[in-house]
Design a protein around this ligand. Structure first.
Ligand SMILES: *Cc1c(COP(=O)(O)O)cnc(C)c1O
Length: 401
């Protein structure tokens, strides 16, 4: 939000006034991702965290090829969740040695592609072992594997819990020793552990606790491992503020804890690299969704701004991507940034469903048809996480500026 400057009442994005950027893109709606902000975020994070921590980008947050290309030059590795994402990561120039592949339903063909590519597979099921061994034999290449563990704890106060209790993700911690035995028997190359406990967390103490518990769990499991742990992925979970009242994640306590873990790892897992994998924290705040007001309607005393964009492009902002209670993303009128809030309006899209809501009763400057509505915090889980075919409206364009 405050990351984007304004000039003469217009938001500046990638160095251009928003109306000029819209003209350059040639259509609304569009997503714009700001290279400068992406670079700055990674630089700030690296400055805050201990130098020994490796930073991976979980590209399902935003798989736009040009953005993945930029990110692959900034981070130490890319985490993919399908063979389709793997292709984008390889096209982007990412080093296969530093690509890892997680996901609960990897098909045999995807496992074969992963072995051929030489990437690390985070094994999430006993079932994946045989196709990996077959691929390794058929290709005459090692199958590089880490074990994704379903931990026996969860990331507290996380918006999306991914560990603790029964889960489709990973192998339950108590079953891991048996899995490791089979990995050894099949001659797969064991490289480490992947423990991801949750997502979108703004509380440093919860992240510290989950990383500490992940580390201790990995130490226990390392006793049964067929080879030294070379790679320990402690997950991520770093959140960004979306809604009024949310405060930024404090990095200092997380950094202090990671420094301690690095010191302990140097003794107890001397060959291990410690990795954290982040999606939205790296890219979410660098992106905007921009759509245009088509109509301004009054219905029984309430004003609606009807736009050419909506939930078909930005399901998250409509509140229908995992939110329990709908809250407004930060929204502005991008060509009226210097005008005071006038009326309280709802911003809706063109779809014939009441779910198509971008802002519910928000105080905004008085907007007219032709004005540009901007949704901030839109760089992650936007276009690729939305039902873009729903109602057959024009496709959204994505630009890296
Ligand atoms: C989705 C996912 C991430 C990224 O989550 P963010 O909330 O975007 O940081 C990281 N790791 C795994 C295993 C994931 O599934």
């Amino acid at each position: 939000m405050d990351a984007f400057p304004t000039l003469d009442g217009e938001l500046i994005v990638g160095g251009l006034p928003l109306s000029r950027l819209a003209a350059r893109v040639g259509q609304t709606p569009f997503y714009a991702y700001d290279r400068g902000l992406l670079g700055r975020r990674v630089a700030e994070l690296r400055a805050a965290l201990p130098a020994g921590i490796k930073l991976h980008y979980a590209m399902k947050a935003n798989p736009m090829p040009a953005l993945v290309g930029l990110m692959s030059t900034l981070v130490d590795g890319i985490d993919v969740a399908s063979a389709g994402e793997l292709r984008v990561a390889l096209d982007a120039g990412a080093d296969p040695q530093e690509i890892s592949f997680a996901g609960p339903g990897k098909r045999d063909a995807e496992l074969h592609q992963a072995v051929a590519a030489g990437i690390l597979v985070n094994v999430e099921s006993f079932r994946e072992l045989a196709p990996l061994a077959q691929a390794s034999q058929a290709l005459g290449l090692p199958a590089r594997v880490a074990v994704r563990v379903n931990p026996d704890f969860e990331l507290r106060s996380s918006a999306m819990k991914m560990g603790g209790g029964p889960k489709p993700f990973g192998v339950d911690a108590e079953q891991v020793p048996e899995l490791l035995t089979q990995i050894k028997r099949l001659g797969l190359n064991f490289e480490g552990f992947h423990i991801f406990a949750g997502s979108q967390n703004l509380k440093a103490e919860a992240i510290v606790e989950a990383q500490r518990q992940s580390f201790e769990l990995a130490l226990r499991l390392a006793d049964s491992a067929p080879a030294p742990v070379r790679f320990l992925n402690l997950g991520g979970g770093f959140g960004i503020p979306y809604f009024p009242g949310e405060t930024r994640l404090e990095l200092a306590p997380v950094a202090d804890n990671l420094a301690q873990l690095l010191t302990e790892a140097a003794h107890k897992l001397p060959q291990a690299e410690l990795v954290i994998e982040l999606g939205r924290y790296l890219v979410g705040e660098a992106g905007l969704y921009v759509c245009r007001v088509i109509d301004r309607k009054l219905s029984r005393g309430h004003t609606y701004l009807v736009t050419d964009g909506g939930l078909h492009h930005h399901l998250s902002a409509s509140g229908n991507f995992g939110q329990v209670i709908r809250k407004n993303y930060p929204v502005a009128i991008g060509n009226r940034m210097d005008q005071p809030a006038g009326d309280t309006v709802s911003v809706v899209g063109p779809l014939c469903t009441p779910l198509d809501l971008l802002a519910d009763r928000m105080a905004l400057p008085e907007a007219q048809p032709g004005d540009l509505v901007v949704v901030f915090q839109s760089g992650a889980y936007g276009a690729s996480a939305s039902p873009r075919a729903f109602l057959s409206h024009p496709e959204v364009v994505e630009v890296l500026v």
